[in-house]
Ligand binder design. Structure first.
Ligand code: AMP
Ligand code: MG
Length: 423
């Protein structure tokens, strides 16, 4: 292990420990809550069900030892059960969701009775028995008022949103999305749609990161492309820090004299870590820039967090998913465990006899095999070759200096796993 380069796992653990949730919250109507994280515990306001009611279309009866009953009431869903209490031998015609009348001991399914319209009476059909309390949904059998309905930190999904509606909540307090400004950098970059001049390339990192952040629910802000110039970079970082919770930039963070981002961060903020012992992604950098609150300095305003990704597109992608994103998820309010990249085990479907000194994230296709998942590397493994990541569905981690034999167990990280987050 190199002395001054940090290992991936140390970097991830440090990022998760040093990035605490930023707790700005906002209150949103139910229809806008999907995917958001609850900012407070919410109590059960109403017993569920809120009144004893029928689970079936049928008859509520009094006198389970009778074999026929006089139908004296009719109660539909939405009616209140204000009528006189049923007496032994009496029944109420009742429908699913309708309140159970006083005196009723059970509900008979309409399929289990015979109905004599001329007498206004029902009788139990042959072979049917009565269990006291049958087909009655009891008040509070599901949820009791005063208990905790949903806890702070819960990610809201369609069912939890429905549950809030059941409780009469019209809105809920949720964590505000983190504002993340994304920059690309480099004089060679041209935006897709514009003509290319000799020596130029299209900017792919910015749209990749912006669309990824947007899909994850962050408030992604397009900061544009920075020129390879120190003063302009410094000013752009400082301006963005005032209106963002985090800055994500790519390129310009390596060792060449046209790499200005790292130097700009040192001048306007604090560089915490530069360079990791990983492949790809060695120049990955993080730090922060102090923020002044509106109307003057506010010592409590948390600093804007800065993540500098290497320019090569695969290096950007790998360091975003494996390092910057876990830190952003932690800042967004997820606990440290849930902020980590999803991982599982697979078997190597390849051999590697020449070891790689750094910890490597190999772009692989994961496919089910006879012994579980197997990982096959893509041919395009260059850190500049985005096609290798585009045709892959996971990153396979290999330890520094490891030789890999066919069938060896590997840790794999599915790509874009957080787009399918189940929290
Ligand atoms: P740098 O870290 O700035 O030296 O960039 C390393 C490599 O990544 C160079 O080949 C750059 O042209 C390329 N690169 C940097 N930024 C981008 C970007 N936004 N989109 C595509 N390639 C980029
Ligand atoms: Mg550059």
């Amino acid at each position: 292990m190199s002395k001054d380069l940090l290992d991936y796992h140390d970097a991830l653990n440090t990022l998760l420990q040093t990035h605490q949730p930023m707790v700005r919250s906002e209150t949103l109507p139910l229809a806008q809550l999907h995917g958001r994280i609850l900012a407070e515990d919410l109590p059960v306001r109403l017993d569920v069900p809120n009144f004893d009611n029928s689970a079936m279309d049928g008859y509520a009866i009094c006198g389970a030892d009778h074999s026929s009953w006089q139908v004296v009431q009719r109660i539909a869903a939405g009616d209140s059960a204000q009528g006189p209490a049923l007496q032994p031998g009496q029944a109420a015609r009742i429908f699913t969701g309708a309140p159970i009348p006083a005196g009723a001991q059970a509900v008979l399914m309409q399929e289990h009775v015979t109905h004599d319209a001329s007498q206004g009476a029902i009788a139990l059909a042959p072979g049917q028995a009565i269990r006291p309390g049958q087909h009655i949904r009891r008040r509070a059998e599901e949820l009791q008022a005063g208990a905790t309905l949903l806890s702070h930190g819960a990610r809201l999904n369609p069912a939890t949103i429905g549950l809030l509606a059941i409780q009469g909540y019209a809105q809920a307090p949720v964590l505000a999305p983190l504002r993340v400004t994304v920059f690309s950098s480099g004089n060679e970059l041209v935006q897709p749609g514009q003509p290319l001049q000799p020596g130029q390339i299209y900017d792919s990192n910015r749209v990749m990161l912006l669309s990824w952040l947007q899909a994850l629910g962050f408030a992604a802000i397009d900061g544009g492309a920075l020129p390879d110039a120190l003063a302009a970079t410094r000013e752009a970082l400082q301006r963005a820090a005032q209106r963002s919770d985090a800055i994500l930039c790519s390129g310009g963070v390596s060792v060449g004299e046209e790499d200005h981002l790292k130097r700009a961060l040192e001048q306007v903020g604090t560089l915490v870590q530069w360079r990791l012992f990983i492949k790809p992604g060695k120049p990955f950098t993080w730090g922060h820039i102090a923020r002044s609150a509106q109307g003057g300095m506010d010592e409590d305003a948390p600093p804007c967090r800065v993540f500098m990704l290497p320019g090569n597109p695969v290096s950007s992608l790998v360091t975003f998913q494996q390092l910057a994103l876990p830190a952003l998820r932690r800042l967004s309010g997820l606990d440290a465990q849930r902020a980590r990249p999803l991982q599982w085990q697979a078997r190597a479907n390849f051999n590697r006899s020449k070891p790689e000194a750094r910890r490597e994230f190999v772009r692989v296709r994961l496919e089910p095999g006879p012994q579980g998942w197997q990982a096959t590397p893509l041919a395009q493994q260059g850190s500049n070759m985005l096609s290798g990541a585009a045709f892959a569905n996971a990153l396979a981690e290999t330890a520094p200096g490891a030789q890999i034999a066919h069938g060896d167990a590997l840790t794999v990280y599915p790509l874009f796993d957080t787009l399918f987050d189940i929290l």
